[in-house]
Write a protein that binds this ligand. Sequence first.
Ligand code: PEP
Ligand code: MN
Length: 276
Amino acid sequence: MNSYIEQLKKDGKLNKVLNKHQWQISNPPYIISGPCSVESEDMIVKFAHKLKSVGVDALRGGAYKPCTYPITKTVGNNGWKEGLRERGLKFLITAREETGLPIVSEIMDVRQIDTLSMDAIDTIQVGTRNFQNYTLLDELGTLDKNVLLKRGTWGTIDEILGAVERLLVGGKARVAICLRGVVGAPSYRHVFPQIRWTPDIMMIPALKELCNIPIIYDPSHSTGYRNFVPAISKAAIAAGADGLAIESHPDPANSISDPDQAITIGTLSEIMESVL
Ligand code: PEP
Ligand code: MN
């Protein structure tokens, strides 16, 4: 039996520690959507208007992108190199000004916590690769911001709660957990090669039993395959998720990053109708 969680439970401290400063989601399900990465000003601003018109609550778009293959992935024509970076953040500010949608975007490193990123980002995303970057988590915890902590693909339930606790130590950040699929070797991968991770739906009721931290489910990364995104979105909400983070794109197949999992605005709108 796990000692950390068991001990906190025994001492009656689990909820006291973890439910402090949680991110309040007043009208669930909270829908975050947008492209994997910001590709141009025109693209993100126009698409933000579309997302707004179907009732999305927040706009996502990566400015700093952790790419598995940093050289191979460089796209020359628009200066996109592991994201548009500072330019991407400026475009997100314009998208927010025009639509009023709050911005969800990733910060990969403490060096990226600067005036521009603080202006541009309402909800700071901690990507799966930084799930246990303690220096980053310690720093983010001191900011008066929402923080969306994505589960590391390897993360155990103890490690999830430990990372949340670490964010809460700073005393300021309001935290939600984002489940985005875990490592596994799906037996269907040879038939559906787009699949990258294994959906971690059961972690929703597991975490709900232990604490009240909001859970946002990411059906895009957890499946890797757009055809499965509607079903897994519904499954996550049925399992108790407080919201969804879904990658959508004006032209999904031509998305610079994660083209296999992006969905159209039409599919997004159908998903939203089915879960709202
Ligand atoms: C993302 O949401 O943009 C992302 C990079 O996801 P993850 O960190 O879960 O791979
Ligand atoms: Mn992505």
